[in-house]
Design a protein around this ligand. Structure first.
Ligand SMILES: NC(=O)C1=CN([C@@H]2O[C@H](COP(=O)(O)OP(=O)(O)OC[C@H]3O[C@@H](n4cnc5c(N)ncnc54)[C@H](OP(=O)(O)O)[C@@H]3O)[C@@H](O)[C@H]2O)C=CC1
Ligand SMILES: N[C@@H](CC=O)C(=O)O
Ligand code: NA
Length: 429
């Protein structure tokens, strides 16, 4: 085998696969100097070969996995198809045959990452997944390597490009939700089923992966509380601005003495907070470590070339590891088993927009009920009036989720409360 050529196979040639293919072609002349060998795309697996005939030479295109798994000259498999199956089976088989794997698949890594990393370890293979979290932003490798000298206690950020794009377009251009989603899909940011973006599942998967690495304890997607942006209205965005906040879909992971907190939900953050300035498909992740203090990572979280950048970085890293016979060096980093806290045990401030009967004593009764549930009000504003109904906005102080939700259950039964229009958590730090 010619050591100066390393053959790779791409599984998928969609948004990300196309970006990877383009970057590999552009970087080809620099490869001997950068990594001591040249990467050659030997096979590209797709379902519908005709769709890709203009883009990929016929001798590379295949719709048969056996063309890849049975070819011993292919040493790196790059999975950019998405979904659990057949991706999981293909990756298991590739690793079991000693092929190194790069994947952008957060769905898979957030649920079966532990199992796949274990197979990689058994076969001394690399399994790298930098693109699976925050697209082009380097975050997995910095947490696994550069920040290893820290005890990380908090990871927080905007980790879904599609929803950040939609919220930006709604807030700045007055665009309707559906139009903004269509644009994000056309730009290649959204998942094959954009429900994963909108409902916070994609961000939840990324948060599970980051929390596992940060806290050295396995966290899976099922552990993460998720709430999406589908209920966010233009009115809430307008009121948030009036109150000095921006609404963002945040992922928050925290290590507390009682266990790990992992939650994804729309969050009001102060307009002067650095995350408030993160717009469009950009992502940003804050990491707090005991030695480094606060570190922030910022860049494009989705799209062909930004995501391709992370994938190609991983492929080139593997090629270099192969050159120096040190593959399998960095595997699963979970060496402990910590409990994950229930959402009801976590704390937050809350913004509530509601419609109340407009008569004397209503606000006092409401404040009294919140007070009797240990919920303190930091701000109360009366907004629009419609006949006998007044719209009221309340922001609470920090309170345990269970106490807040218990008080809402009671408030809903009060005859003077006509509607609870929205509830959004508020993050002040
Ligand atoms: N888009 C983005 O910005 C980002 C995406 N990712 C992740 O990267 C992965 C790919 O995403 P993306 O490129 O957007 O997806 P696309 O839907 O654009 O592309 C998927 C590709 O995979 C092929 N494919 C799908 N299923 C199979 C199968 N069973 N067998 C063979 N080929 C198959 C498709 O071929 P065919 O057309 O023939 O069906 C297509 O070429 C996903 O895991 C996604 O979550 C990660 C970060 C960012
Ligand atoms: N759909 C995802 C793509 C990258 O992970 C997003 O919008 O962030
Ligand atoms: Na990344």
């Amino acid at each position: 085998m010619d050591e100066s050529i390393k053959k790779i196979a791409l599984l998928g040639m969609g948004t990300v696969g196309g970006g990877v293919y383009e970057i590999l072609a552009k970087q080809k002349p620099n490869m001997p100097a950068k990594i001591g060998s040249t990467l050659q795309v030997a096979k590209v697996l797709v379902r519908n070969k005709a769709k890709y005939a203009d883009k990929v030479p016929a001798d590379q295109l295949t719709d048969q996995w056996s063309d890849i798994i049975d070819d011993d000259s292919i040493s790196i498999v790059v999975e950019v198809m998405g979904g659990i199956e057949p991706a999981r089976t293909y990756i298991r088989e590739a690793l079991s045959k000693g092929k190194h794997v790069v994947t952008a698949n957060k769905d898979l890594m957030a649920t079966h990452g532990h199992e796949l990393l274990e197979i990689a370890r058994e076969h001394q293979c690399d399994l790298l997944f930098e693109a699976a979290v925050a697209g082009g932003i380097p975050i997995i490798r910095p947490m696994k390597q550069c920040l290893l000298g820290n005890d990380i206690t908090e990871v927080m950020g905007i980790i879904n490009g599609t929803t950040n794009f939609i919220l930006t377009k709604m807030a700045e251009d007055g665009m309707e939700f559906d139009d903004a989603l269509k644009l994000a899909t056309d730009l290649g940011y959204a998942e094959a089923d954009p429900t994963a973006d909108i409902e916070g599942y994609d961000a939840g998967r990324k948060l599970a992966i980051m929390a596992s690495i940060a806290f050295h304890s396995s966290v899976t997607f099922d552990d993460v509380y998720t709430e999406g942006i589908s209920k966010i209205t233009a009115k809430d965005i307008r009121y948030a601005h009036e109150l000095g906040y921006e609404i963002k879909l945040l992922g928050l992971a925290k290590l507390t003495p009682e266990g790990i907190e992992v939650k994804v939900h729309p969050t009001m953050i102060p307009l002067q907070h650095p995350l408030a300035a993160v717009k469009d498909s950009f992502n940003a992740v804050f990491v707090h470590g005991d030695a480094v203090d606060d570190a922030m990572f910022y860049g494009r979280g989705a799209g062909a070339l930004p995501t391709g950048s992370a994938v190609v970085g991983d492929i080139m890293d593997i090629a270099r590891n192969m050159q120096y016979h040190c593959t399998g060096r960095i595997g699963c980093s979970c060496y402990q088993s910590l409990p994950v806290k229930k959402m009801s045990e976590t704390r937050s401030s809350y913004y509530i927009r509601m419609k109340l009967e407009d008569r004397a004593g209503t606000l006092a009764a409401l404040a009294g009920l919140f007070g009797s549930n240990n919920v303190s009000i930091s701000m109360l504003l009366q907004k629009a009036k419609e006949g006998n109904t007044a719209e009221v906005v309340i922001v609470t102080y920090d309170v345990m989720e269970k106490q807040f939700m218990d008080s809402i259950t009671v408030i809903k039964t009060m005859s003077m409360v006509k509607e609870i229009s929205s509830i959004i958590r508020v993050h002040h730090a």
